[in-house]
Design a protein around this ligand. Sequence first.
Ligand SMILES: Nc1ncnc2c1ncn2[C@@H]1O[C@H](COP(=O)(O)OP(=O)(O)OP(=O)(O)O)[C@@H](O)[C@H]1O
Ligand SMILES: [Mg+2]
Length: 354
Amino acid sequence: MKISSKAAPVSFQNVSKIYGRDVLAVDDVNLEIEAGKLVTLLGPSGCGKTTTLRMIAGLEMATSGRILIGDADVTTLPATDRDVSMVFQSYALFPHMSVLENVSYGLSFSGFSKAETRERALVGLDLVGLKGFDTRLPSELSGGQQQRVAVARALVLEPQVLLFDEPLSNLDAKLRRQVREDIRAIQKDLGLTVVYVTHDQEEALAVSDEIVVMRNAAIAQIGTPRQLYDAPVDRFVADFIGEANLLPCTIETVTGEQATIAIEDYRYDLPSRGISEGPATMAVRPSRLVIGAADGFRAKVIKATYVGVRMEYTLEAAFGSMFAVQDDVDAPLDVGTEVTVGFAAKGPVLLPEG
Ligand SMILES: Nc1ncnc2c1ncn2[C@@H]1O[C@H](COP(=O)(O)OP(=O)(O)OP(=O)(O)O)[C@@H](O)[C@H]1O
Ligand SMILES: [Mg+2]
């Protein structure tokens, strides 16, 4: 027997959620989640991630708008009538039940025979790498193993959508990496639709097909990890996804889709993104600053730190300071060195003001 996938797409159409009289937790969200993809909701605390997830599960009801799972309008359907499972941050295992009983729990209500339930649960445990742990109690497992049991319990139900709310936050850093890779591998193998909530940008970049960046109850940007990293739409996204230097510049000319910017005597061509001539701000990743470029603006090294795989520099230019990284650790620059700084190809992106 195999665990298979009934993966379905999820659609939010103008969905809002107001708690009580006036807490607007989700504000007119439109969102299309493709079947078989892992989509992450990423954003700072209180931006509405859990509320969005709970509305997919039916644990919260939308105040307005429509939610579809597959072709079905589930907007007013209670949680028990939706084909969705959720994995919580706290695992929520039954402490007095064995691992196998925990994984079997939901199945016993789904009309499977005793033998089928047992077989299915064992397959689920095998999938999460816990073969042979079936008779243990949750208290006899590590945190990472407990979380895997929670994942197995959700998987064996073969839900149309699998939801994760910050599933790794109780694990230490090393285990977090391992469990997130396992979740991603299982999701890809089985072709599951997964909606995954985190406030950790690195985790989001590592596991997602697509990331939905949320801010103040609304969507700030949706894109692949690469799109968000390379072309953030605004300062908030640039800052939230990876480190970014925000540099002032002047847009000298705009020709069609291309702009030429100036910093001191340095000129650089990049997409204009609809921004017109005049003072502007660019976001540049630390790794896209080229220290010692033939052509660039002037800066001075004010801090140099060796971190094993690379050098980290703080540079001071006429307009302010920047953070830069360089792979060349064998010839580090001394503090006080005067350098010319340019941009790598596809380096900076122009940001709208505001
Ligand atoms: N049951 C509730 N009653 C009233 N307000 C609520 C309730 N649940 C959440 N809120 C409010 O709704 C907003 C969004 O909360 P939500 O839990 O969705 O945020 P989140 O993005 O998951 O945050 P975190 O990263 O801290 O978990 C917050 O302002 C929160 O205080
Ligand atoms: Mg939350």
